[in-house]
Every structure is written in structure tokens, then in C-alpha cells.
Design a protein around this ligand. Structure first.
Ligand code: G3H
Ligand code: 13P
Ligand code: ZN
Length: 338
């Protein structure tokens, strides 16, 4: 069932963070759905309610153009039929104004991110406001970004600018945006920190105090870059030196301070890379694409279960389902949703 991120954030706020995972292809999609239902391997595996979780599927502009944007939209529609118990939002990651409008018009997405964080403050407000008006008219929710992360983001290499708490309050007020991505020390990619890693919890705390109560914040660049996956890649011929990510023990403290969406892309790529390198190293005579694909789908599902456990979203799916059901009972509209 596709819902908005707003539905998910209401349930999560202050308790846990919802995992927002980027996908590009079929194997990632299948692994992602299985993992979020607590199913590790085969289709016939029963759903494990102690592990099942609500989640957010993120599609970047790069992913939309990798094959064709309609392919990914069709993939998600099919996955929604194959895994009818799943509850998720479909979200455009780091959208331009043009990409946001395209996704709003497509009727496939329940959420878009307008990323005008590289613009001056007033311009960022102006662009975000335009997208909010257009999206809200169709019941689609909007994430925006204020401040700048480091690392590589789509085709932009960023320089760090932490989010100003007072600007955050003004930005939310003037744009009417539904959630805000803040820069508090994370960065995109596999090389986030040199030396000691550190999120700026002091800045996050100030932001939470300055903005409206229970307003959902988003943390981009939050992959943990697990050292065991980096080692597996390097042992199979890779060359990733000094790769480092966010310490997973920092997810829940961030969630307690209002971070309800945590973005993970790089970790999924590392799992993909390790599995494929190992397969080609260990079975060099095999040129079939399905054996590594099968191993990847299972490994990715297991990784998602692990990630949801550290985010605190594992085991929350049935409670989210109940809360969405009871909200729709209260819905005063005459659309028949209740
Ligand atoms: O923040 C960027 C995401 O990791 C998406 O990356 O544009 O290479 O798909 P991508
Ligand atoms: P990572 O590179 O840390 O996975 O961040 C992904 C992200 O923020 C997508 O928007
Ligand atoms: Zn991002």
C-alpha cells in the first residue's frame, strides 16, 4: 500500500526513524520489499511481524534516467501487487523543479523532494513554495533541504554548510513544506569522515527547539558504510580505502530529536558490489546473471532487516497499519476511503 511520508512520520515521530532506501533496479526492489516484510529469502517465507517495517522507496533523477522513469514506476506498481502487505511511500530524491513537476504529474509518487539547497535562502523558499502548492493540490507531500551536506549528490560535489536553526523555522513557516532535510554533519557517499566521525547533535537540538512541535526532520547521507562489506569488496579485488560512514548507534538518538527519515543509498551499493565481486571471483566460469542476482536479493533483504532494527522501525508495520486504518475511519470525506 502506497501512503504518504506524512502518514509514516506521524507514527514514528520521536520514537524511531523510517528507512528511506534508494533503488535503481529489479533486484534492489525485490530485496527491499522482502527485507521490509521480514522475509529473508524465498517468496513463500512467512512475514515476520517482529521484523516487518514501514519504509520509503527513493528514486533519484539518476535512477529515473538509468533505464526509463516509466520502468521504475511500473516496477513499484508490480511490487505493490506482489507484496500487498507492504506499507511504503514512493519518494523522488533530490528533485529539481522540473523533476518534481514531472513526478507530481505522473500520479505515481506520494512524496517529492525539492532540493534547492544550493540556492540563496530567499530563492530556496520561492522554489520550494511553488512545488508545495503544486504537490499539495494533489495530496502529495514535499521534503525540502536547508543547509548543505558534503560529498557527492547527483552531479553536484557539495561543500558543507550546517543548517541554521532560526532559518529552519522561517523556511518551514514561509514554504509550508512537510519535512525538512538538515545538514548536521553527514555527507553523501562512502567517504564521510576522515578521523573521528561526529554528527552535530547540538545543532539538531537547536533546530528541533526552533521549529514547530513534532515537525519531521530528515537526515541524508546516513549510510553506515559497514566495514565488513568494505573488507569483502577489497578482498574480492575492490579498492575502497578509508571508506567510512555514520555510526549506527547515532540513528536512534537522532530520531529522539525529531529525525523521522534516514536516507540510505551507499550501503545498498556496497552490498551489491561485494556480492557480485565475490561471485565473479569464486565462480569465474559462470557468466549467468541470475546466480549473483539471487544471492544479492537475499543479502539485501537481510541487510534491510538489520538496518530497520537499528533505526527502530523493525516490528512497527502492524502498528502503522492500525494507525492508518483508524485515521481513515476518522476521515470526514465522502470518497469511500472508510
Ligand atoms: O543523494 C544522492 C543519492 O545517493 C542518489 O544517487 O543520483 O547516483 O542515484 P544517484
Ligand atoms: P548515503 O550516500 O549515505 O547512502 O546517502 C544517501 C542519500 O542521502 C540519498 O538522498
Ligand atoms: Zn541525499
Amino acid at each position: 500500500m502506497i501512503v504518504t511520508t506524512k502518514d509514516l512520520f506521524k507514527h514514528a515521530y520521536g520514537k524511531y526513524a523510517v528507512g528511506a532506501y534508494n533503488i535503481n533496479n529489479l533486484e534492489q526492489t525485490v530485496g527491499l520489499f522482502r527485507g521490509n516484510l521480514g522475509k529473508k529469502a524465498k517468496n513463500e517465507d512467512a512475514i515476520d511481524n517482529t521484523k516487518s517495517a514501514p519504509f520509503i522507496i527513493q528514486i533519484s533523477r539518476g535512477a529515473r534516467s538509468y533505464s526509463d522513469k516509466r520502468m521504475l514506476e511500473a516496477l513499484i506498481t508490480s511490487a505493490n501487487e506482489v507484496f500487498p502487505e507492504a506499507i511504503f511511500a514512493l519518494h523522488l530524491d533530490h528533485g529539481t523543479e522540473e523533476a518534481c513537476c514531472d513526478c507530481i504529474d505522473s500520479n505515481a509518487y506520494s512524496s517529492v523532494m525539492i532540493d534547492a539547497s544550493h540556492e540563496e535562502f530567499a530563492k530556496n523558499i520561492e522554489i520550494t513554495r511553488r512545488i508545495v502548492e503544486r504537490a499539495h493540490a494533489k495530496g502529495i507531500v514535499v521534503e525540502a533541504e536547508l543547509g548543505q551536506l558534503g560529498g557527492v549528490e547527483e552531479d553536484v560535489v557539495g561543500s558543507v554548510k550546517l543548517t541554521d536553526p532560526d532559518q529552519a523555522a522561517e523556511f518551514i513557516d514561509k514554504t509550508g513544506v512537510d519535512s525538512l532535510a538538515v545538514a548536521i554533519g553527514t555527507s553523501h557517499g562512502a567517504f564521510k569522515f576522515t578521523g573521528k566521525q561526529g554528527l552535530h547533535f547540538d545543532v539538531l537540538e537547536k533546530i528541533q527547539k526552533a521549529i514547530p512541535k513534532n515537525f519531521p526532520l530528515v537526515m541524508h547521507g546516513s549510510s553506515s558504510v559497514p566495514q565488513e562489506w568494505v573488507a569483502r569488496i577489497n578482498n574480492a579485488g575492490g579498492k575502497l580505502s578509508d571508506a567510512k560512514g555514520v555510526d549506527e548507534s547515532q540513528y536512534l538518538p537522532a530520531a529522539k530529536l525529531g529525525v523521522t527519515k534516514i536516507n540510505i543509498d551507499t550501503d545498498g551499493r556496497l552490498v551489491w558490489c561485494a556480492i557480485h565481486r565475490e561471485q565473479f571471483r569464486d565462480d569465474p566460469a559462470n557468466f549467468d546473471l541470475r546466480p549473483p542476482g539471487k544471492i544479492f536479493m537475499q543479502a539485501y533483504a537481510e541487510y534491510i532487516i538489520h538496518k530497520n532494527t537499528v533505526l527502530g522501525s523493525a516490528g512497527q508495520l502492524e502498528s502503522v497499519r492500525e494507525s492508518i486504518k483508524s485515521q481513515s475511519k476518522d476521515c470526514p470525506c465522502c470518497c469511500g476511503c472508510n
